[in-house]
Design a binder for this molecule. Structure first.
Ligand code: NAD
Length: 283
């Protein structure tokens, strides 16, 4: 039976405490986080943001990214003075993800934040896509998100503390990605990203009693490096025509949204999707 002390948890004016700083809510000092797809554009920028905010970070990617991941970890550790460790894992492989769980505990001690971000857009992902294209997309994007979120939330619960899961969904989860008069080929990709969003919402409800929050970010077109050298200037204008802000987003514009969702700045935010898409989704 609740008594009046139940209301003590709702301070009205925290700013009146002279030591209180709202910007401290964005800090990840002393926190531990891991990032899948850590060698990629979004992943490495979130790693930098979390390290700058004070977290020890594990950047996780495929073994073939070793030549990128090793120097990246060293550069981030030197620049921000936190521990940054490279770990290798195919997120669609159950055994490798189980081994990742042990490696995370060994290298970081625990996990307070996870950026579930590894993803692919496989060529041929259109209305007539072969089974292999569909299956590969679902295996990496959706099953990979499930497997890596599972180890994150299990570590948090086994260690008796809360945390934050942030999933990379996409504008393609919500829109049929219109380019130059028709849909771009994101059939399985969009389905996988919509599945990720709903999975994030389910976990928000199921894990709230453990102090674990779960949210998604939906990037629009981001100049993450995957477009650089692949599109001509005219294509830039065609792609951004349906975007009210008429431009791509940057990796850092995603990273700051993910920092918000990982940190206590979003401590009452769970089960939501944050569109970072220059307004694409308003149409
Ligand atoms: P990116 O290709 O630079 O990064 C993706 C990373 O995931 C790569 O480093 C890759 O090696 C890794 N990866 C792929 N398969 C993996 C696997 N099986 N196991 C482990 N790692 C694997 O692309 P990005 O733009 O940084 O994309 C990051 C995420 O953002 C993806 O999920 C992508 O779908 C999503 N996204 C990107 C955009 C965009 O415009 N760039 C828009 C919406 C959503």
């Amino acid at each position: 039976m609740a008594d009046a002390s139940i209301f003590d948890q709702y301070p009205l004016d925290q700013w009146k405490d002279p030591t209180h700083r709202i910007m401290d809510r964005f800090s990840l000092k002393g926190k531990k986080g891991f990032i899948t797809g850590g060698a990629g554009g979004l992943g490495r920028n979130v790693a930098a943001a979390w390290a700058e905010a004070g977290a020890d970070v594990a950047i996780v990617d495929l073994p073939r990214t070793k030549d990128t991941l090793e120097p990246l970890a060293a550069e981030l550790a030197e620049r921000y003075g936190t521990a940054v460790v490279p770990l290798y894992c195919d997120v669609s492989d159950r055994e490798q993800v189980a081994a990742l769980k042990d490696a995370l505990v060994e290298s970081l001690g625990t996990v307070d934040a996870a950026f579930i971000n590894a993803g692919v857009n496989v060529p041929g992902d259109d209305a007539d896509e072969p089974y292999e294209v569909w299956q590969k997309t679902i295996d990496i994007n959706l099953t990979g998100a499930y497997l890596t979120a599972q180890i994150a939330q299990h570590i948090m619960r086994e260690h008796g503390h809360g945390g934050s899961l942030v999933f990379t969904s996409s504008l393609s989860a919500h829109n049929a990605n219109f380019i130059a008069g028709g849909p771009s080929p994101v059939a399985a990709y969009g389905a996988s990203k919509a599945g990720i969003y709903e999975y994030a919402r389910y976990l928000a409800a199921a894990l709230a009693p453990y102090g674990i929050r779960s949210n998604a970010v939906s990037p629009g077109y981001v100049w993450s490096g995957i477009f650089e050298g692949r599109i001509v200037p005219e294509a830039h204008d065609v792609m951004t025509a349906p975007v009210p802000m008429r431009r791509f987003g940057t990796n850092e514009e995603i990273a700051s949204a993910v920092l918000f969702l990982a940190s206590d700045a979003s401590s009452y935010v769970t089960g939501t999707n944050l569109q970072v898409d220059g307004g694409y989704s308003v149409y």
